[in-house]
Write a protein that binds this ligand. Structure first.
Ligand SMILES: Cc1cc2nc3c(=O)[nH]c(=O)nc-3n(C[C@H](O)[C@H](O)[C@H](O)COP(=O)(O)OP(=O)(O)OC[C@H]3O[C@@H](n4cnc5c(N)ncnc54)[C@H](O)[C@@H]3O)c2cc1C
Length: 529
């Protein structure tokens, strides 16, 4: 065992007991995705009392369904959104420093098939380097044909001219969310998953609390707070509506959801440690092939949606687009039967004033809006910029007089739970999941029962116990989708592991588990439209 202190246990009975206690919090946060969790950590570090309520599991919404890039956004550079790119490049480095077990640099190669492509894209990427300045991860390089092939051994060689190599980052989004939750909890914040906010309380026209319902017991609780932050992702408008109705007003929707699909295939389709970026697909989008946790993620799409499904389904033409475009660049074309998992996320894009229904043109920047009653809504942005968004939210709360003068934010220097010592060797995120993802907590993991008992590919009994004891896991899905990423990596393998995971969770939590429910979900991830 290491001499690292034991992590905080996440016993549900204790969390609910704290929730039931009468207390006026400085800040109540609705939503446990990247945005809400980032605000919780920043506020807790500044000494505020914080409660965060998540209706499902932490990161069950958009925050577990990203392309896993910690990036400035080459695409946004092409759109001329310099300020967004500069901020994100800066945030990229901060995140890589504060959670090196979960976020790391990743080299990308853009192959070129015409003589002009390398200089054309290379100049843009040199600008990307310049914008990063000291936060740069490595210089952009022009590659000849041989080096392009060495970086991307399975790249299609027909008319291959060369390529451009540049640097960005990648991360494990859901595990990072959990580490944010745990880091905030260590500082005294109360975070409760499976607890939905069902009502907002107002006194004399000012919001001063909320009601929430424990999804396991059905019990409701009232929470009082000086300031309420709505960080419900694509679902923010439902809460804005609730707030508006209490004030006798209607509130205009802010979010225009846009769906992004990813499919996952085996590493043999893209071996090596470089990601592939196709800067312009046949219909003018970008396509990534990213090595991640022993597999390759292919994606993504950008399809406007009107509904806000919890488990959005991919459209057949989105999957066809990803497979067809990948086939143009990879020697061995991934076929439908090669897909191990398909998953979909909804981007919470902020609506422009004139909505033409085309989300590709909508801002990727975040928005913070304070309603007449004082409800602070934050949405939009990117995972990469969650920390800067949190600073902005707290500044707006202060400016609106909802919180008294705050000390400066210290999140930029705050290393997250499990972060290894600076300079300690890390295992690349392209490698299959393992104890390395636990950083400094790997020794504790190794000491738990079942450290050498494997219940699925790269999933030990001890990992399931760790998830139940220290990572707020309540269900098979929590373990197989977000503590371990098996559902996202290989849905059939996840289905096979479910019964064993259920038994361990029942032992740890005393909570009955439904294997059938998980199998139905895994079936969706395993089935292409
Ligand atoms: C396809 C795709 C690819 C992306 N790729 C990247 C990428 O590579 N890099 C990057 O930086 N960004 C990426 N993003 C963007 C990034 O994932 C999102 O910006 C970010 O995850 C949004 O986080 P959020 O917390 O605002 O929303 P969410 O993660 O959706 O969190 C909101 C939470 O609020 C909860 N909630 C809703 N209503 C209630 C209620 N009434 N009570 C309690 N809780 C409630 C929900 O359950 C949810 O968990 C991508 C997004 C998509 C869709």
């Amino acid at each position: 065992m290491s001499d690292t202190p034991l992590p905080q246990a996440t016993l549900r009975a204790d969390l609910i007991e704290r929730l039931a206690q009468p207390h006026v919090y400085d800040l109540a946060i609705i939503g446990g995705g990247a945005t809400g969790l980032g605000v919780a950590l920043d506020a807790a570090l500044r000494g505020l009392s914080v409660v965060l309520l998540e209706s499902h599991d932490f990161a069950k919404g958009t925050s577990s369904r990203a392309t896993k890039l910690v990036h400035g956004g080459v695409r946004y550079l092409a759109q001329g959104n310099i300020s967004l790119v500069r901020e994100a490049l800066h945030e990229r480095t901060t995140l890589l420093n504060n959670a090196p077990h979960l976020a790391q640099p990743l080299p990308f190669v853009m192959p070129s098939y015409h003589w002009w492509e390398s200089p054309f894209y290379g100049i843009g990427l040199k600008m990307y380097d310049a914008l990063a300045g000291k936060a740069g991860l490595g210089p952009t390089e022009f590659l000849g044909q041989a080096r392009t092939r060495a970086c991307l051994p399975t790249i299609s060689e027909d008319h291959l001219w060369g390529g451009v190599k540049y640097w960005d980052g990648q991360f494990d989004d859901a595990r990072l969310a959990l580490v944010l939750a745990r880091s905030a909890a260590q500082l005294g914040a109360l975070l409760v998953n499976y607890c939905a906010v069902t009502g907002l309380h107002h006194t004399q026209g000012r919001i001063d609390g909320l009601s929430c319902v424990d999804q396991e017991s059905g019990q409701s609780y009232d929470v009082r707070a000086r300031c309420v932050v709505n960080a419900a992702g694509v679902w923010v408008d439902a809460l804005r509506q609730m707030d508006g109705e209490a004030m006798g007003r209607t509130s205009k929707p802010m979010v225009a959801p846009s769906q992004g699909v990813h499919v996952v295939v085996d590493r043999e389709f893209l071996p090596g440690d470089h990601a592939l970026l196709v800067p312009k697909t046949a219909d003018g989008r970008v396509l990534f092939a990213v090595p991640w946790l022993g597999k390759v993620i292919l994606g993504t799409t950008d399809t406007p949606r009107d509904d806000l499904a919890r488990e959005p389904e991919a459209f057949a033409d989105e999957v066809a687009f990803i497979l067809e475009e990948s086939a143009r660049y990879l020697k061995r074309a991934p076929r439908r039967e090669d897909v191990r998992s398909v998953w979909v996320g909804l981007r919470p894009l902020v609506k422009p004033v004139e909505d033409d229904g085309n989300t590709k043109g909508i801002s990727r920047e975040h928005t913070v809006a304070v309603s007449k009653s004082g409800l602070v809504t934050v949405t939009g942005g990117k995972w990469t910029t969650y920390r800067a968004m949190a600073e902005d939210v707290l500044q707006k709360c202060e400016q609106a007089g909802l919180l008294s003068t705050l000390p400066a934010s210290t999140t930029a220097q705050h290393r997250l739970v499990g972060a290894p010592e600076v300079g300690a060797p890390t295992v690349r995120l392209s490698q299959p999941p393992g104890a390395h993802l636990y950083g400094q907590e790997a020794a504790l993991l190794a000491s738990l029962p079942g450290a050498d008992h494997w219940v699925g590919p790269n999933l030990s009994e001890a990992m399931v116990r760790f998830a139940a004891r220290y990572e707020y896991a309540r269900t098979i899905e929590d373990v197989l989708a977000r503590r371990h990423r098996m559902l996202f990596l290989d849905a059939r393998a996840a289905a096979a592991a479910a019964p064993a995971v259920a038994l361990i969770l029942e032992q740890e939590l005393g909570l009955p588990q439904s294997v059938e429910d998980f199998l139905a979900l895994a079936q969706r991830y395993a089935t292409l439209p």
